[in-house]
Design a protein around this ligand. Sequence first.
Ligand code: F6P
Length: 325
Amino acid sequence: MATIKTIGVLTSGGDAPGMNAAIRAVTRAGIAKGFKIKAVYRGWEGLINGEVREFTTEDVSCIINTGGTILRTARSEKFRTEAGMRQAYDTMCREQIDALVVIGGNGSLRGAMEFAQMFDIPCVGLPGTIDNDLYGTDSTIGYDTTLNTIVECVDRIRDTATSHERIFFVEVMGRDAGFLAQNSAIASGAEAAIIPEDRTDVDQLEQFLSRGIRKSKKSCIVVVSESPKCGAMYYADRVRKEFPDYDVRVTILGHLQRGGRPSARDRILASETGYGAIEAIVQGQRNIMVGVRNNEIVYVPFSEAVRSDKPFDKKLIKILDDLSI
Ligand code: F6P
């Protein structure tokens, strides 16, 4: 294997609070171990377009506490094509980047896996997504901050929901994963959560209503995972139609969930896994995601990390049900 002298770092896909802490950790741990660090701007798109700059330790000063990503990010359509990947590889050759650290979610790490396979490049991933949907790691960078943001929002909605005795459907992000919805519902004392993992053949609304919505309570909060077809609007409309006496409102939290200062937990996770990524490269690891399981750093092969079936603890559904009576 060729000696690695220069490591590129990029953020890709949806931004997540803590990505800056991860960039900082990769840069500083890399320089401390004698590597040259090159920052790639705008994710895969920037690698295709040659948006690269060498980073010093000062370039990552005062960013550990900030949301978003100083490297910017993108969802690159071009990188999905062979021609796009080839252009990205050309940039790596030109810039003499020998290995890559990719901070991003499922789609970004899938891209890293294919890129690494196609050009035989050492790639290491960091789990950077608010969704917490990467397999093999207990948490992802950004998830804890977003969970806390949602809980704060739901606490506020609770005040007005109680005052007006209304049913609120609160839609949260998470695409195909219900970790944010289920756990924010538990943490905010919501009455129910509607999540993809439990959207089998059972009609959840029916189930929820038959449990006696408003039986003992005057107001009610249901946290709903975003979904193109059956998000919060869908459920609110159905309740309005079937139960015209209920006073129903919808709040879609949207992108405010992605912003804000990262929590201490996310900063620590980003620092540990960022440091771990450099150690992994030193050890000759490649094509793995650095995660944390039971408080231990773990190396998860890309093929496993991007699996779509991260285990969801079904007990959480029972806990919410039983505690919201
Ligand atoms: O993957 C992170 C995420 O925030 C998802 O929860 C959400 O569905 C998606 O990104 C939104 O993406 P965009 O910002 O591109 O609309």
